[in-house]
Design a protein around this ligand. Structure first.
Ligand SMILES: N[C@@H](CCC(=O)N[C@@H](CS)C(=O)NCC(=O)O)C(=O)O
Length: 197
């Protein structure tokens, strides 16, 4: 099993968190994202036609979205803890995994990308609107809950964590969302949760 990742990529960070939590060995290949833009090379595009990290090579197949990769790792090595198999529990987790691919990505990830010049084009005002909406939704949801789904830490939390934790770099003020801020700290206090440099 191989993970093609980039150091600054929050989507890659999700996978690295789960691998660390479950102590799963995996060969990691650091893509030269900024210099050679390796993720746009013909060889990389054969693995992922979207030209994005993270990519995982699993049993001779390539999977190029952090959601699919988290599901694979959790199902294969995480037992019931990180992705429950009962219908309602799994749906709750996938509900927030989908949220990570909507307001979190199109809002928080992309706004940070614009500020840090990782993303060259786009409607920054719309990204800010989407991001604020995402933080508002999470803050309300976490008002009387510690975790996003099923009352414990799951891959739903891992999927949302990197770009929420890093959202101040995109100009978002997490002090305005105290339940979200407390949740970020809660995630970071999970044993073996790797701290970001
Ligand atoms: N939905 C994808 C998004 C992947 C993504 O946005 N990757 C970024 C780095 S974090 C990237 O490779 N961007 C380069 C590009 O889009 O051209 C996932 O969850 O894996």
């Amino acid at each position: 099993m191989k993970l093609y990742y980039s150091e600054n990529s929050g989507n890659s960070w999700k996978i690295r968190i789960l691998l660390a939590l479950l102590e799963v060995p995996c060969e990691k290949i650091d893509i030269d994202f900024f210099g050679k833009r390796e993720h746009k090379s013909p060889a990389f595009l054969k693995m992922n036609p979207r030209g994005q990290v993270p990519v995982m090579e699993i049993e001779g197949q390539y999977f190029w979205d952090s959601t699919a990769q988290l599901v694979y790792i959790a199902r294969k090595w995480g037992g019931e803890q990180w992705l429950p198999t009962d219908a309602l529990g799994m749906t709750e987790v996938m509900h927030w995994m989908a949220f990570a691919q909507n307001q979190v990505q199109f809002g928080l990830q992309w706004a940070r990308g614009m500020v840090l010049k990782l993303k060259p084009t786009g409607d920054f005002a719309d990204m800010k609107r989407q991001g604020e909406l995402g933080l508002k939704i999470m803050n309300q949801h976490l008002q009387d809950k510690d975790w996003l789904a099923v009352g414990r830490a799951t891959i739903a939390d891992i999927a949302c964590y990197p770009y929420v934790a890093k959202s101040p770099e995109g100009g978002f003020d997490l002090a305005a969302y105290p339940n979200v801020l407390a949740w970020v700290k809660r995630c970071e206090s999970v044993p073996k949760w790797p701290q970001r440099k």
